[in-house]
Design a protein around this ligand. Structure first.
Ligand SMILES: NC(=O)c1ccc[n+]([C@@H]2O[C@H](COP(=O)([O-])OP(=O)(O)OC[C@H]3O[C@@H](n4cnc5c(N)ncnc54)[C@H](O)[C@@H]3O)[C@@H](O)[C@H]2O)c1
Length: 432
């Protein structure tokens, strides 16, 4: 659905009115196109004497310049509140030196190392700093905190830093991502991998199928039989295969497992994208609305995963991705069923990730905010407009923004990224 306000704000007359009245001014967010450089401009790395300065400099091709695409600061060495001065010293002089749609990344320590109160205070300060930068810098700039274990090789940060510095993360801001010390990630794309995307006939799922196929995967596109025509179109477009299945049907998980075993013998990437809303306030909600939302959004992903794992169909190096929602973080009026299901996805991912780490399988989730799809087009106008504007980027995201985040989780280079829930919400105020 078209965002008329954004078109108006970018028009000649609109620009002047928006500025005079102090209305939201949605910046243009460049999206990644095949062949684009992942890091499209100079990156400044600091502090120059930091433990990862040399490694980061090499990895990111860091260089002094007048204007920067990215500012990357290694704060892992800050162990006390007084040490936070280094953060100010690095960022203050260059705060006006970012090009539009610039990137700010701060490296911090993972939570399990924050038992010392002074160190914990300093490291938690990074979170507030990054979230504020995301709200303050404007012009499409995003800001993230990457918590990395000191034992992790700097080269092991490549997939995560390239994603966060690239146009692939245009609508991801104010997020904290944890990168583990092991296993060492491997390079390359998804060539030779089999990926399953549920709910692939349209919207975010169709975008996921396209992006995973772009990155080399053979995509099994699954959706309900009623969406068969659209599903076939998407599957043909990505040179994958269509599989019609209602995930809430009797024996759906078993049928899916049999299908994958017979066709491919395994499934490397599983993306549980299929989801529905059936909104009503709790007092007005009949049992069918409650049951159907829980069945599609939470029971199906957990049950399907259990069956695929029990059958040994997800090999080492496998990737499981849940699709939550900011409604699962913040809650929403009229969405007790939906928010419960999406919060459930978050809890499930966090518990399953450590349980599958030894098998070399990662489990992560995306939590989209307001994304322009058929689902959000159905919203009442006022709520839709609020959803679009109430974030640091003053606009809705695109299905491709969620898809790119999933592709980063799925990449061989993300073997050390697990248990994360990353919001793709333009730093929405909901649940912030
Ligand atoms: N659009 C947003 O702003 C937004 C925000 C947060 C989270 N999400 C989540 O992202 C996911 C995709 O959302 P979307 O906006 O593309 O939705 P959509 O309604 O456009 O697409 C969902 C797809 O899932 C399929 N599906 C539904 N029930 C199914 C079942 N029982 N078996 C198999 N397939 C089934 C549908 O047929 C449809 O093709 C959902 O999980 C949704 O909750 C979306």
């Amino acid at each position: 659905m078209s965002d008329r306000y954004t078109s108006f704000a970018r028009s000649g007359a609109g620009r002047a009115i928006v500025k005079r009245l102090g209305l939201p001014n949605p910046p243009k967010l460049p999206r990644f196109k095949a062949g684009d450089a992942l890091i499209p401009g100079p990156v400044l790395v600091g502090p120059s004497d930091g433990p990862r300065a040399e490694g980061l400099g090499k990895l990111l091709g860091a260089a002094e310049a007048e204007k920067y695409h990215g500012l990357v600061f290694d704060a892992t060495g800050i162990t006390s509140p007084a040490g936070l001065q280094a953060l100010y010293d690095f960022f203050h002089p260059v705060a006006r030196s970012l090009t539009p749609a610039g990137r700010v990344i701060v490296l911090g320590l993972p939570p399990q190392l924050l038992t010392d109160p002074a160190r914990a205070a300093a490291q938690q300060a990074l979170d507030g700093f990054v979230r504020s930068v995301g709200k303050e810098f404007g012009r499409g700039t995003t800001a993230q905190l990457v918590r990395v274990h000191p034992a992790a090789d700097t080269a092991a940060l490549r997939a995560t830093l390239e994603f966060l510095l690239s146009a692939k993360s245009a609508y991801v801001s104010g997020q904290t991502v944890t990168v583990d010390a092991t296993p060492a990630p491997v390079g390359g794309d998804l060539t030779g991998k089999i990926a399953l995307v549920t709910g692939a006939a349209r919207g975010i799922g169709a975008a996921m199928a396209r992006v995973l196929a772009r990155d080399g995967a053979h995509v099994v596109c699954l959706d309900v039989p009623a969406a068969g025509e659209d599903l076939a179109k998407v599957a043909n477009e990505v040179r994958g295969e269509a599989y019609q299945l209602d995930l809430t049907g009797a024996d759906a998980a078993r049928k899916l497992a049999d299908h994958l075993r017979e066709r491919h013998g395994r499934i490397d990437v599983v993306v549980h994208n299929a989801g529905i809303t059936r909104d009503k306030t709790l007092a007005n909600m009949d049992r069918t609305r409650w049951d159907s939302v829980l069945r599609v959004n939470l029971i199906a992903p957990t049950h399907v995963t259990d069956v695929l794992l029990a059958e040994g169909l997800i090999p080492a190096g496998g990737r499981i991705v849940g699709v939550a929602s900011i409604a699962g973080v913040a809650g929403n009026r009229g969405q007790t069923n939906y928010a419960a299901s999406k919060a459930g996805v978050i809890g499930w991912v966090r518990a399953l990730a450590p349980a599958l780490a030894e098998q070399g399988i990662t489990v992560n989730a995306v939590a989209p905010g307001f994304i322009e799809t058929a689902m959000t087009a159905k919203m009442p106008m006022v709520i839709r407009e609020a959803g679009r504007r109430m974030n640091s980027l003053s606009q809705g995201g695109l299905p491709v923004d969620v898809a790119e985040t999933v592709a980063w989780f799925a990449a061989p280079g993300s073997a050390n990224v697990t248990g994360n829930v990353v919001r793709v919400c333009g730093q929405s105020l909901l649940g912030a």
